[in-house]
Design a protein around this ligand. Sequence first.
Ligand code: FES
Length: 270
Amino acid sequence: MKNFKTIVLSNQEISSGYYRMRILAPGFGKVGKPGQFIMFRVQTSLPPLLRRPFGIFRTGFLPADCEGQPPKEYLEILYKVVGRGTTIMSGLHEGDRVEVLGPLGRGFDLGAAGNDKILVGGGIGLVPLYMLAQELVKSSRVRLLIGGKRRDDIIMVTEFERLGVNTHIATEDGSLGEEGFVTRVLERKLQKYPQAEVFACGPMPMLEAVQRLCAAENVPLQVSLEALMACGVGACLGCVVKGAGHSEQNPQYLCTCKEGPVFRAERLDW
Ligand code: FES
């Protein structure tokens, strides 16, 4: 984990209200694992001074330029504009200064090689699933079930397909793919692939439905939780969630930023 000041390489709107930001990040690809995140801050004198968690979508290299400079290593985050902070982020340009702390947290366990892997992403929740898919396709068949309210919420599908991932889309208004919740698709897939392992990230109601389906079929599940985070390193306890067996007499709490954000489903209190 390191804290470094760096610059934005690009910041593009990829769907209505959704952005992809590339950040210069030398050496980051060697240490970042699927499911980890960064704390990101805009270097600005304007309030608010942002420090927010973002899942790492992927890392990579820009090609060397014609002046013989070495290839530039970058990391990418995806975000949805939902308030003042992300509105400020959406106005950043190439060369703007930002600060990154990371990689942070615990990522996904890759599971047993050869088993079918089903990834379930709700909206921006598919962010931590891309690097996971990059690893899983080396030894397993991978299916991505992606859901959203409408077609604008369905992003980066072709990036997953380029990896060889089989994709299935569901939107609540039926404007893209199957009409309805993505968990309906999951229900069918679990019937068809009972040996599968499931990895999910998205809004809590979606994760709860995924957990119920997987528990009913006895299918292993890992979830990546989205939580409000102030410090990202286990110091403020602002991100705790209830662990399995939690009760008033025997409180069990887990720190999302340090013990997660990825948890095996059986560790959590659903
Ligand atoms: Fe501070 Fe997790 S964000 S402890």
